[in-house]
Ligand binder design. Structure first.
Ligand code: GDP
Ligand code: MG
Ligand code: K
Length: 282
């Protein structure tokens, strides 16, 4: 049988461990994550003729280097390269949960989204056009209820389709950061692509964005090799250019990038998500 390695990635308390337990028959502790241990649990199961290895990762809000969880998840993605990432999100809190999704999209990795706690969204009376939202970001979305297992078969079917390339190659829709930021991202990205000693790491786009954000780990990854010094000076040059253009905003590059991403998310949700309160008015 073919083996598919999947990794559960999402914010704390989005239901990753519940999903892990349901598919692997494990009884890992479910509840508020407050421990200090940062590790991964691995499980195995068979579904529809495939053997799955599944890893339950610590919860994280972002893929930067500000917490042990973020660093752990990022290093896992780099070193273990799961075939398909299952990004677990809380359906009724997409505004916040999809930020991490935009970073996974920047990484150009195969993935599907588990719209978890869909029962709570339905109970609230809100409506989500998840097909359209999934098309807008180029990632299939499947409603799930980890606690009961509802939707998990459909989720695994989507994982298999992505694994088998039935959606074609990865066709994520990167969040457009606006003309000026995109120009800087692209020139750093092209410099990264042109330097063979940079690979294999993360996708050039993700690395370029992290360099603009002055991510210390990605920075030292690059600066370890003298060949990369031109990339760091290019980054500094682009940062100076952007700081000049956006001097009125008083924001650093990370805030500018986050602002664009959150802007995209709220725009996408405005088109696809209808809170219960608005339904009553219609
Ligand atoms: P993790 O931190 O991402 O591993 O999340 P957990 O699996 O520990 O779940 C956090 C809490 O959400 C627990 O109380 C779960 O019982 C609950 N939970 C998980 N999935 C669902 C779901 O689909 N619906 C509802 N209503 N609650 C869920
Ligand atoms: Mg957990
Ligand atoms: K938890």
């Amino acid at each position: 049988a073919k083996t598919i390695n999947i990794a559960l990635i999402g914010n704390p308390n989005c239901g990753k461990t519940s999903l892990f337990n349901f598919v692997s028959g494990s009884r890992e502790h479910v509840g508020n994550y407050s421990g200090v241990t940062v590790d991964a649990k691995e499980g195995h199961f068979n579904y529809n003729g495939y053997q799955f290895n599944i890893v339950d990762l610590p919860g994280t809000y972002s893929l930067s280097c500000y917490s042990p969880e973020e660093l752990y998840v990022r290093r896992f993605l780099l070193n273990e390269t799961p075939d398909v990432i299952v990004n677990v999100v809380v359906s009724s809190n997409l505004e916040r949960n999809l930020y991490l999704t935009t970073e996974l999209i920047d990484m150009d990795r195969s993935m599907v989204i588990a719209l978890n706690m869909y029962d709570e969204l339905e109970r609230s009376g809100a409506k989500l056009d998840y097909k359209l939202l999934g098309e807008m970001i180029g990632v299939p979305m499947v409603p799930t209820v980890s606690r009961t297992g509802q939707g998990i078969d459909q989720l695994l079917d989507a994982v298999i389709r992505v694994y088998e390339g039935e959606h074609g190659a990865v066709r994520h829709v990167h969040v457009n950061l606006g003309h000026e930021l995109e120009q800087s991202v692209n020139s750093i990205k092209n410099a990264l692509k042109a330097d063979p000693s940079v690979l294999p790491h993360f996708s050039p786009r993700y690395m370029a964005i992290k360099l603009l954000e002055r991510d210390t780990e990605i920075n030292s990854l690059i600066s370890r090799s003298m060949q990369h010094s031109n990339i760091l000076s290019l980054r500094d040059q682009e940062t100076a250019r952007l700081e000049h253009i956006f001097s009125d905003s008083g924001n650093d590059m990370s805030s500018l990038i986050a602002h664009e991403k959150y802007g995209f998310i709220s725009g996408a949700l405005a088109e696809t998500y209808t809170p219960a309160s608005q339904q009553a008015e219609n």
